[in-house]
Write a protein of this length. Sequence first.
Length: 554
Amino acid sequence: MEGLNSKWIATVASIWIQCSIGGSFTFSIYSPILKSTQNYDQSTLSSVSLFKEIGGCTGVLAGLFYSFVTLDRHRRNAGRIRCFYGPWVVLFTGAILSFVGYFFMWASVVGLIHRPPVALMCLFMFTAVHSTTFSITASLVTGVRNFPAHVGTIAGLLEGYLGLSGAILIQVYNTLFQGNPSNYLLFLAVFPTSMTLLLMYFVRIHDTNSEDDKKHLNAVSVAALIMVAYFMILIISDNIFTMASWVRIVTFVFLLILLIATPLGIAFKAQMDDTKRLSLTFSSERSNSSLVHDPEPPILAAYHKLPPGDTCQENDHDSTFEGDHLKKDMNLQQAICTINFWLLFIAMVCGLGTGMATIDNISQVGGSLGYTTIEINSLVALLCIWNFLGRFISGYVSDIFLRSKGLARPLFIAITQAALSVGHIIIASGFPKNLYVGTILVGACYGSQWPLLTTIISEIFGVTHLGTIFNTIVIASPIGSYIFSVRVVGYIYDKVAASGGGGGDQDNPCFGTHCFMTSFLIMAFFALCGSLVALLFLFRTRKFYEQVVITRLR
């Protein structure tokens, strides 16, 4: 078992867990049976869906829990108490919550329990999706700690596989549960929980760095891109041909082989290389070992020590940059007292909020513009792919440019939100096939915000309370989604349809470009505002990133 105790095995376990927990991305599969069996109208179903969004973006408790079970880890390692602490505790909690939420939803759908009140069903949905915040926090923060010199790359990989999990589970449904969403709900209750319980032991923090880390992470990245290309082929083929059941099974088995064998093979190769290098180092007694123990990430060398008993009031003059210090490993209270925290929060309201509003309403937009059902389903599936590519590429590219060109990561938030604004304008324009172009920009730019946010928080506020601070800022996503999806898109759409200018039918009360043009132009404006806020954040942290670059070049 000792041979399986490495940061590479921890990474593979995290990838597999991320790929299994994307049930919330497939809400459209089981929402119709939820609606019919519970006698919900569309408004009630939307309320249940809202708790899905809230559950997935309110992970402060998960962050606090992770900080508690991993804080002062080295001090706890003395004695038997070490067995009861670590990321596995957070993963275990998420697994139990996932089972409880999905199991009771399945039980209500099949009639195993009496039809619950709407409020209780909202609680089931919240619990099921809230479980992912525990799994994501444990996997992501552990990955950042295991690869402190390549934070952007590892964050992009893990966030990317999370984005890809929706497409993977859709393939599971199409292969095993086509036309039987109730059994699929039971699958969501059992499978992610089982995967997490089987793999949680291997997700551990390993304070080691190797000069070959980047090479092996690049190999995992190539494997992920191969999976994306395979998914693209499956989606295109599914829209051109009618696949027989045996073909679906074969393609699904090949997908599993790609997902299981490729990352695991790379992990074993990386572990063998590290073991060989360590053996050579000990035998030659070199002082400049290529495998060094570094409990603190190199990037944190640019931080200043936080004085004991520091509070917002006592050090308010130190809470901003440009004449202020960036503190090492701030807790949530200290981070909230900084202007940098609120700049990030506002930028995420604009970026994540407008992106999520587009994703939530893409089917309605397609219907109003005359897209067929097959085309709309293809757009939804492709959004998962662009989401993955955005998450993966932004983390990888920001690492490269920070090292080679000294370009700070906040610049990439500014660039992607400006591109997001362009995507909204393209969707508002309504030219033929505009959604295919617009969703590429919106999906990729929305996905890119997540690893960039994770990495920037780890650099600006430290890694000790990364999970807590990250999950607090992510609350910007449901806030922005509510503002732009409900108060902008929904309000304007209903107003146009009610005025008699919709020109549609009962299924699509509004038909034409004018149904969503104003809404998307408003969202384009706010996405651009988010880009400007990111530029202000870049200006305030430029000296810090200059120090980071200098530190890494030494």
